[in-house]
Design a protein around this ligand. Structure first.
Ligand code: NAP
Length: 522
C-alpha cells in the first residue's frame, strides 16, 4: 500500500492535494503539524469524498522527529501544538472515524494508553500507530529491535520505525527489522529517510512493510528521500510482474535449509559432509555453499528466507558478528563465529572450530598439564590456544610474524617464540595452525623435517591432503599423528547438533569425507 503524505502549508492547498492524490494513493497521511489552520473534519470529509477506498492516517509529528538537522529538507513550517492540543486533535480524529492515528513512542505510555482507552470507549475501529523516528542516523539492528519491542509493549496496533540512512548498509538493517517483525507475526511500517535510504522505500513493501510513503510530483517531501507516488506505483507493478524479492513467507514444508557462506567455497567438502549427515539423520533439509562478499546482505537473506543454519568461513568469521542478535560466550571470547542458528528470526552465533579441535584431541590424548606448541597466530591458532587453556593445558605460540604472535601470546598469557627459533622449544605436542602444506602446496611444511622428533604428538589442522608433509615427517620420526580431518568432522557434528538438537553420525561423516579426499588424492 502506498501512502501520500499531505504536507501542504495551508488548509486550501491540503484540500487540493487530497483531490490530486486520491486516484493514485492507497492511503493519505494528514500531517496536521504542517498544515497551518488545517480543519481536520473538513480534510477527512474531503478524503472520504475523493475516494471511498482510501485509508486516512492522522499525524501530528513532534518537531524533534520530523526536522532533519542541516539537511535543508524543504518541509513546511511547523504548526507547533501543545501536548494537550495534540491529544485533543488525535481524539477528534478517532471520533471522525479515521483509519489510523499516529503517535510517537516518545509521547509516553500514559498518552498512548489514554488514546487506547478513548478508542475503546468510543467503540472505534481506528487503529493506533506507535512511531519512532531518528532524523540523524540508523542505530544498530539490535537497538532497532529494542525500539520495536518498546513500541509493541505499548499495545500498538501497528509499529512504525523510520531512521535516517547515512550509508547504503543502513537499508539492510531496516529490511532485516521488517523480516524480524514479520517472523514475530507483528505488523510494521519501516523504511529509511534520506537520499541513501531511497532503496529501502522501494524494497520495504516487498519485504512486508505495511505501508510505503510517497509524495505527489512537485510537492514538498515530508521526509527526505521520498519518491513520487507514480514512481512507487511503477516499481510496485514492475516487482509484481517481472520478479520477486525474497520475503519472509511462512514455510510451506518442514524442509530446512542450511548454507555455507564464505569466499572461496567452491572446493569445500562441507556440503558433502552435511548433506550425507542430514540424510542419515532423516532430517528433511539441504545444505548448499554460497560465495559471499557482503556479510550484511547474507544475514538479511538468512532472516528473509528463513534459513535454519549457516556455517561461516574465511573471510567472514568476524564480520558477520555485527549482524547477529546474540553471540555465545566462547565465540565472543574468540572474536569469531563459524556457526549461525536462526531461531525464528533471531540469529545466534557460535564457534565450533575450537570445540571440534578439542574433541579431536581429547579423544586421543589428555590435555590437562600438557604443553602444546601452536604454529600460527590466525583464527585457528586462537581457537587452539583458547581450547587448550580451557582444558588445563599450556599453549606456546610460535609464529612467522612476531608482532601477531606476541599479541596472541599476550592474550592467552603464554610464551611466544619466532618460527625461526622453534628448534629451541620443548613441549609435549605440536599443532600446525597455518595453511602451509595445504593442497596444492603438498610438499611444504611450516618446519624442517627434523623438528617433529621433539614431540610425542603432531597435529595438523589441514585436511587436504589427509597426510600433510608435516605429518609424513612426524610419522617417520615415530610421533603419533592426527590429521585436520578429525577437527573438520567434529566441528561439523557440533554444527548439526546446534541446528537440529540431535547427535550427528560422526563415523559416517568421517568416512564420507575421507573417501572423497582419498579419491581426490589418487
Ligand atoms: P589465518 O587467520 O589466515 O592465519 C594463518 C596463519 O598462518 C598466520 O598466522 C600466518 O602467519 C601463518 N602462515 C601463512 N603462511 C605462512 C607461511 N608461508 N609460513 C609460516 N606461517 C604462515 O588462517 P586460519 O583461519 O587460522 O586458518 C589456518 C588453517 O586452518 C587453514 O589451512 C584452514 O583451512 C585450517 N582450518 C581447518 C579447520 C578444520 O576443521 N580442520 C577449521 C578451520 C581452519 P603470519 O601471521 O606470519 O602471516
Amino acid at each position: 500500500m502506498i501512502c501520500v503524505s499531505i504536507t501542504e502549508a495551508t488548509h486550501q492547498e491540503a484540500l487540493q492535494a487530497i483531490e490530486r492524490c486520491a486516484p493514485a494513493a492507497d492511503a493519505i497521511e494528514l500531517r496536521m503539524d504542517l498544515i497551518a489552520g488545517g480543519d481536520l473534519p473538513q480534510l477527512v470529509a474531503a478524503a472520504r469524498c475523493a475516494s471511498n477506498r482510501i485509508k486516512v492516517i492522522v499525524t501530528c509529528r513532534r518537531k524533534e522527529e520530523s526536522l532533519i538537522p542541516g539537511a535543508g529538507v524543504p518541509v513546511a513550517k511547523k504548526n507547533e501544538m501543545t501536548k494537550i492540543a495534540k491529544m485533543k486533535l488525535l481524539k477528534q480524529a478517532v471520533a471522525w472515524g479515521v483509519d489510523f492515528i499516529d503517535i510517537e513512542l516518545a509521547a509516553g505510555e500514559k498518552a498512548i494508553a489514554q488514546l487506547q482507552s478513548f478508542c475503546r470507549k468510543q467503540k472505534s475501529l481506528t487503529r493506533i500507530i506507535v512511531s519512532w523516528h531518528d532524523t540523524s542516523k540508523t542505530p544498530s539492528l539490535t537497538k532497532l529491535k529494542e525500539i520495536f519491542w518498546s513500541c509493541v509493549k505499548t499495545g500498538a496496533d501497528l509499529v512504525k520505525i523510520v531512521p535516517y540512512a547515512c550509508r547504503m548498509s543502513d537499508n539492510l538493517k531496516v529490511l532485516s527489522l521488517i523480516a524480524y517483525a514479520k517472523a514475530q507475526n507483528r505488523d510494521i511500517i519501516a523504511m529509511c529517510m534520506g537520499e541513501e535510504g531511497k532503496i529501502s522505500r522501494v524494497m520495504a513493501s516487498q519485504w512486508g512493510s505495511h505501508l510505503g510513503f510517497a509524495v505527489l510530483p512537485g510537492v514538498k517531501q515530508s521526509a527526505p528521500g521520498q519518491l513520487t507516488v507514480q514512481i512507487m506505483k511503477q516499481i510496485e507493478q514492475l516487482m509484481k510482474g517481472s520478479f520477486h524479492i525474497a520475503r519472509p513467507v511462512p514455510a510451506i514444508s518442514d524442509a530446512l535449509t542450511f548454507v555455507l557462506l564464505g569466499n572461496p567455497v567452491r572446493h569445500s567438502l562441507s556440503p558433502l559432509m552435511h548433506n550425507t549427515a542430514l540424510a542419515a539423520m532423516k532430517v528433511e533439509g539441504h545444505y548448499s555453499a554460497f560465495c559471499v562478499s557482503d556479510a550484511g546482505a547474507a544475514m538479511a537473506g538468512i532472516r528473509g528466507m528463513n534459513i535454519r543454519g549457516a556455517s561461516v568461513t574465511i573471510p567472514l568469521k568476524t564480520e558477520v558478528m555485527e549482524y547477529l542478535d546474540e553471540i555465545d560466550a566462547d565465540a565472543l571470547a574468540l572474536g569469531a563465529v563459524n556457526t549461525i542458528v536462526n531461531d525464528s528470526g533471531k540469529l545466534i552465533g557460535y564457534n565450533t572450530d575450537w570445540l571440534g579441535l578439542m574433541q579431536a584431541l581429547k579423544n586421543k590424548i589428555s590435555l590437562s598439564g600438557k604443553t602444546f606448541v601452536i604454529i600460527g597466530a590466525g583464527g585457528t591458532a586462537r581457537a587452539a590456544a583458547y581450547g587448550i587453556k580451557k582444558e588445563g593445558g599450556q599453549p606456546i605460540i610460535v609464529n612467522r610474524n612476531q608482532e601477531k604472535g606476541k599479541a596472541l601470546a599476550a592474550q592467552f598469557d603464554c610464551p611466544f617464540y619466532p618460527l625461526a627459533d622453534i628448534g629451541k622449544v620443548q613441549a609435549d605436542a605440536l599443532i600446525n595452525a597455518t595453511s602451509v602444506g595445504m593442497y596444492p602446496q603438498i610438499h611444504r611444511s611450516p618446519v624442517d623435517a627434523v623438528i617433529p622428533a621433539n614431540y610425542q604428538v603432531v597435529v595438523d589442522v589441514i585436511y587436504n591432503p589427509l597426510k600433510t608433509k608435516l605429518l609424513r615427517d612426524a610419522e617417520a620420526k615415530g610421533c603419533r599423528i592426527f590429521s585436520g580431518l578429525e577437527m573438520f568432522v567434529h566441528q561439523g557434528a557440533e554444527q548439526l547438533k546446534l541446528w537440529t538438537g540431535r547427535e550427528a553420525p560422526l563415523a559416517l561423516m568421517k568416512k564420507t569425507v575421507r573417501e572423497r579426499l582419498e579419491k581426490f588424492e589418487s
